[in-house]
Design a protein around this ligand. Structure first.
Ligand code: ATP
Ligand code: MG
Length: 270
């Protein structure tokens, strides 16, 4: 099983769009995928058409120990399950303040899920913060992938994010590695995008070999800005079902192929 967390504490960089479309793309390639919405905004749930209204169970019930993931996950489309979130999750941070091992709730819940109901890939969509929810995701995952928008401030938050990853690697989850960085909302041909790419490449090359991000891949596929990607969520379907011939569908299809190829590389090395 691969467990991948998509994180960036900066808002609006493409975390949810990437989580949903990568999860859907992997499911179309025959992988059994479970998408976790860990954001009280619930956008990933909306995007795959699995919202938790009213009394419906959500990931919040897992965090407070009232439900198991196998009771909360729902089928969104062929091969794709989703664990929905809603605004209740915003309270989890406070409610868990004194809970023992509160950083490990999700890891334990996933271990239980895998024992009864195994998935090939788990994708976790995080909120734009380094909250206890994000720490839970990092404690439970093997891989961190970082969506970046090629903005002149894009790299500013990156060091904080990488420090947090390193802290979790030391204290809670030694297996955790940053495996990929993807450019989202890319405007090809702009000087700025090229500069950000150069800075990022230099930054990774200059990092200590033992840093958990030392081997991170900058994906060759850049996700171009495409209005269809912004429209799809309100129809509750992925870009592949909403606009199969769009640039967005092409880009996420290529990104999924890269993510699958690195899996083969990882298993060849093991
Ligand atoms: N490549 C793209 N082209 C056009 N619009 C996009 C693209 N990627 C994302 N968007 C739109 O940009 C907005 C922000 O994207 P998204 O919700 O994926 O970011 P996020 O990082 O998850 O945000 P948040 O931090 O609030 O969770 C959304 O309205 C989304 O539909
Ligand atoms: Mg989001």
């Amino acid at each position: 099983m691969r467990t991948i967390v998509l994180m960036n504490q900066k808002g609006g960089v493409g975390k949810t769009t990437t989580s949903v479309n990568v999860a859907a793309g992997l499911a179309r390639q025959g992988q059994r995928v479970c998408l976790f919405d860990l954001d009280p905004q619930g956008h990933a749930s909306l995007h795959v058409g699995v919202e938790a209204f009213g009394d419906a169970l959500s990931v919040y019930d897992v965090f407070i120990g009232e439900a198991k993931l196998s009771e909360v996950r729902r089928l969104a489309s062929d091969n794709l399950w989703a664990v929905p979130a809603n605004v209740d999750l915003a309270a989890a941070e406070l409610e868990l303040a004194d809970a023992p091992n509160r950083e490990l709730i999700l890891r334990n819940a996933i271990a239980e899920l895998q024992a009864t109901d195994p998935f090939d890939v788990i994708i976790m969509d995080c909120p734009p913060s380094l909250s206890v929810l994000t720490i839970n995701a990092l404690s439970a995952a093997d891989e961190v992938m970082i969506p970046l928008q090629p903005h002149f401030l894009a790299l500013q938050g990156l060091s904080k994010l990488l420090e947090t990853t390193a802290l979790v690697t030391r204290r809670l989850n030694p297996k955790l590695r940053v495996t990929g960085i993807m450019m989202c909302m890319f405007d090809a041909g702009t000087r700025l995008a090229a500069d950000v790419m150069d800075d990022l490449t230099m930054f990774l090359e200059a990092s200590e070999p033992e840093a958990p991000w030392a081997d991170a891949k900058i994906f060759e596929t850049r996700i171009r800005r495409n209005i269809k990607l912004a429209e799809a969520p309100s129809f509750g379907v992925s870009i592949f079902d909403y606009a199969a011939k769009s640039n967005g569908s092409e880009d996420y299809g290529l990104l999924v192929a890269e993510i699958l190829a690195m899996d083969q590389r990882l298993s060849a090395a093991a």
